[in-house]
Structures are given as C-alpha cells and as structure tokens.
Write a protein that binds this ligand. Structure first.
Ligand code: FES
Length: 276
C-alpha cells in the first residue's frame, strides 16, 4: 500500500477548484479515459495573470491531489512564472508522492503546458505527432521517454512507468524502453568528463553542491526525504540524510550508494560518501 502525505490526503478529501470555467481562455487536456487517467485544466487569464483555474479529472487520489495543488499554485501568478512549474514542484508542494504515482504530477505539468499554449494560440500537438510511438497502451513517444530519462536520471523501465506510465500496461513495449534508456545513458557518458585534475577544491565543493541541489535533493524530496551537505575533505563527502530516510537504516545505505554514484558520475570518479 502506498504511503500518502497528510497534504495529499487533505487535497484528495477536499480538492480545491474542481469544476469548469465558462469563459476560460486557456484549456489543457492530457491523458485519456482509455488510459485510466485524464485531466482537463481551465485557466482564466487577465493581463497575463492567472486569475482563476479549475480542473476536472478522472484518476486516482494522487491525480486529484496533484490537480488540486496545481490550481492553488498557479492562481494569482503571472503566466511567465506559472509556466516554470514542473511536476517536481507539484510533488514537493504535496510533501512528496509515492514513486509509483509521480506520473500524476507529470500529468499536471503537461496540462498546464497545454493550457498556456492554448491561451497563447500556439498549436497543442498530440505527442503522437512527434515521432515514434513506443507505448501504444498510453500513447507515449520515444521523445517523451528520452525526456523523462534525462530529467529524472531514470535507470530502468519500471521507473519510466512510474514517471510517465509507459510500459505500465500490457508490457509489450518494455524491451524498446530498455533500449531507449541504454541509448540515452550512453549518450550522456559520451559527454566530456569534467577535467578532475584542473578542478580546485573550491570548484569541487561548488560542483557537489550544485549536483545535490539540482539532481539529488529533488529526487529525495519526492519520496519524503532530504539531504544536506555537511563537509567535503578532498574527495570525501559527508552528508546528512533526513526525513523518511532516517527511520530506515537499510534505505539509508541504498540512498548513500545512490548519492555516491551520482556524485561520481557528475563530479569526480573518486568520491566517497559518508552518510549520517
Ligand atoms: S504498449 Fe506499453 S504497456 Fe502496452
């Protein structure tokens, strides 16, 4: 059984801004009832400020909570600020979502993007129009899978289905998803490595801080955890793991290994991580 934060439960039990807006000037549709999840987002925008937002959704508790949270996050915001909101922000606003439910927050991000495009009069093209459809159960393209793998540093097909549902139906597309993951990750490793020898201590510390805050912390926060950098001595990095992580010694070991692997890939192959 999935664990939901109090905030997810609260938004599910009392969702905000459910319904339609008759004179909406931005509407975004994502998902479809045949896939099990669908979201329609209505925006009323005046002078480039979102003055009202409502939604209709057919989905699980997380889809309802994510949609509700999204409307709270965008009402009163300029469009240019609202469009920067990502699925990570939605999940963080709710105090985290179970890994298996991250795709619900992705649906919110996509509906917002589509609604803003419709407000601007830009074409809202179906993803299917952008190249190879890999997962026919959910209409997910190669481009969407590549984007998810890059953005979330995904390593396996199971995680792809958590984020964007691809592969979570009949499973016929799983081999192709594995191939795409391999291609993306190989492409990433072709990028020139940071010249370690040229890196000063200060540069290394800054790079470690940057990778922690841009890649590692958001992932942990999605699962209700957190991380702080405590100390760096050469290639020895000391971090504090907290939140849900502190309650489970075995998960701490796994998280420490994941942090170490990421820092080795992104900063310095010699890094060792100690967790507290
Ligand atoms: S084709 Fe992807 S799950 Fe069925």
């Amino acid at each position: 059984m999935w664990e939901y934060t109090d905030k997810v439960k609260e938004h599910f039990m009392s969702p905000r801004n459910v319904g339609t807006i008759d004179d909406a000037n931005g509407i975004g549709d994502v998902g479809s009832l045949s896939c099990g999840d669908a979201l329609r987002l209505f925006l009323k925008i005046e002078n480039d400020i979102i003055v009202d937002a409502k939604f209709q959704t057919f989905g699980c508790a997380s889809a309802i909570a994510s949609s509700s949270a999204l409307t709270e996050m965008i009402i009163g915001k300029p469009v240019t600020e609202a469009e920067k909101i990502t699925n990570k922000d939605i999940a963080a606003y709710l105090g985290g979502l179970p890994k298996e439910k991250i795709h619900c927050s992705v649906m919110g991000e996509e509906a917002l993007e589509a609604a803003i495009k419709s407000y601007r009069g830009e074409p809202v093209t179906a993803h299917e129009e952008h190249g190879e459809v890999v997962c026919h159960c959910f209409g997910i393209t190669k481009e969407q899978i590549e984007k998810a793998v890059k953005e979330h540093n995904i390593e396996n097909a199971e995680d792809v289905s958590y984020y964007i549902k691809a592969g979570g139906g009949c499973g016929n597309c799983l081999d192709r998803i594995d191939e795409i993951i391999t291609d993306v990750r190989q492409e990433n490793t072709k990028k020139p490595l940071i010249p370690i020898k040229a890196m000063t201590n200060l540069e290394r510390i800054r790079k470690i801080e940057e990778v922690i805050s841009s890649e590692i912390r958001p992932k942990l926060e999605l699962e209700g955890g957190g991380i702080e950098l405590i100390d760096v001595q050469g290639t020895r990095v000391k971090v504090g793991l907290f939140g849900r992580c502190t309650n489970c010694p075995s998960s701490q070991v796994t998280i420490k290994e994941t942090v170490e692997k990421t820092l080795r890939e992104k900063v310095d192959a010699d890094i060792t991580v100690e967790g507290e």
